[in-house]
Design a protein around this ligand. Structure first.
Ligand code: ZN
Length: 128
């Protein structure tokens, strides 16, 4: 995937919501739609289930041990329909993120590379 090409395509297609203020609201809206698509996979389709509860972090052991024990609270797998919907909404979110990068004069590829370097440097100590 060529992120620079993606950003150039977004730049060419981003016309109506080119204002940074419009981009803020479109980013929020697309994030809400993405989360809604995941929620509907659980509540309307049922292909996934969400069973959230308090995480049990071990008081001893390594970070790798902790990473194995921490749960996503998601069971099941997105069905074809839900997967397609979630991917579409995620793509829309990526579109507006690239648009925000573009209007601020940032390169999405450089942002991703910087984040990769940060993860490589901090490893598991960059706990998130
Ligand atoms: Zn489904």
């Amino acid at each position: 995937m060529d992120l620079a090409l993606f950003q150039r395509s977004v730049d060419q297609q981003l016309i109506r919501h080119r204002s940074v203020l419009d981009l803020f609201t479109k980013l929020q809206e697309s994030q809400a739609r993405l989360q809604r698509a995941v929620a509907k996979a659980a509540t309307q389709c049922g292909c996934i289930e969400v069973n959230a509860h308090k995480q049990a972090f071990p008081s001893d052991g390594t970070l790798q041990d902790a990473a194995r024990l921490v749960e996503t609270h998601v069971t099941g797998t997105l069905c074809e329909h839900c997967r397609e919907t979630v991917e579409t909404e995620m793509g829309q979110h990526a579109f507006y993120l690239a648009g925000l990068a573009q209007v601020l004069g940032l390169e999405l590829e450089a942002v991703f590379q910087q984040e990769q370097r940060r993860m490589d440097l901090l490893g598991p100590y960059g706990l998130r």
